[in-house]
Design a protein around this ligand. Structure first.
Ligand code: OOG
Ligand code: MG
Length: 262
């Protein structure tokens, strides 16, 4: 750790205030170029603790920057992990208020719901598939608090990996019923197909993103709890949206899920 507790608390307060007030900020590594990975996750943990103290429920976890398309779009090369909240949950077909966000983008994802807890190190896709209750189509609405979505990995980890809103819906499927590598996806904005892909875009197999999350948590003495909802990461580049847009994700054999932006 390179930052002291007071600095970590101050940066957490700053980033969370930017989130809650929909204000952007320069990336924090401009001011603290020497901060390390532990500092970055400590700031994220401090944001999480602030939310829990105010009564927010943490309803799940997320892996991000797990596909080459996303890594290339953001100019980084390793996955990151964060959490998702009760107030971030949008019902299928529901509405996202863009006035509450800075510059939202939508990502097509496959969400996992776990039947059993999962603990690293040494977690692999076999263990993930054995512990999964079902998979379900999901979209994440990301909204980096950093000006123009420009950040590096440490800054984005501290900012809870741009987490803002999410939706899941469509047909839940047991992992035995779907080939998560070859399953095809189409995301449509206002009826136009804008993103296409297959599950293997995410680390070769979306379950590998869940294994990576379990191993990340295991290194910190934590685990994925039973019942957790986990977003495994954008399959394609994220698509910018504005008020009036409707976005639908269709996944082969798994139905569709939609959100509207107002
Ligand atoms: C970071 C979050 C990325 C994903 O699914 O790849 C993410 C960002 O691109 O702002 O959630
Ligand atoms: Mg995502």
């Amino acid at each position: 750790m390179k930052l002291d507790q007071a600095t970590i608390a101050r940066l957490a307060e700053h980033l969370e205030t930017c989130e809650l007030e929909a204000r952007d900020t320069p990336k924090i590594t401009d001011e603290y170029p020497d901060m390390d990975w532990d500092d970055a996750y400590a700031i994220q943990d401090s944001i999480r603790a602030r939310k829990i103290a105010r009564g927010t429920r943490i309803v799940g976890l997320k892996a991000g920057l797990t596909s080459f398309a996303k890594m290339k779009q953001m100019g980084v090369e390793t996955p990151v992990f964060g959490f998702i909240t009760d107030y971030g949950s949008i019902p299928d077909g529901g509405e996202v208020k863009v006035s509450e966000l800075i510059h939202p983008k939508v990502e097509p994802e496959i969400a996992f719901v776990m039947k059993h807890a999962l603990k690293g190190p040494g977690c692999h896709i076999g263990a993930v598939l054995a512990a999964t209750d079902f998979v379900i189509p999901g979209m994440e609405v990301i909204d980096s608090r950093y000006r123009d979505f420009k950040f590096d990995l440490k800054s984005v980890i501290a900012d809870n990996t741009s987490s803002a809103r999410f939706v899941v819906g469509g047909l839940p499927q047991p992992v035995s019923e779907v080939d998560l590598r070859t399953v095809g996806i189409v995301m449509e904005k206002n009826g136009e197909p804008v993103a296409f892909g297959a599950g293997a875009a995410v680390l070769g197999h979306p379950a590998a993103a869940i294994a990576a999350l379990a191993n990340h948590l295991g290194a910190r003495g934590e685990e994925i709890p039973a019942g957790a909802l986990i977003l495994s990461g954008g399959i394609t580049e994220a698509v910018a949206v504005q008020a009036g847009d409707n976005v639908t994700l269709r996944i082969q054999g798994m139905g569709s899920v939609s959100i509207r932006f107002k």
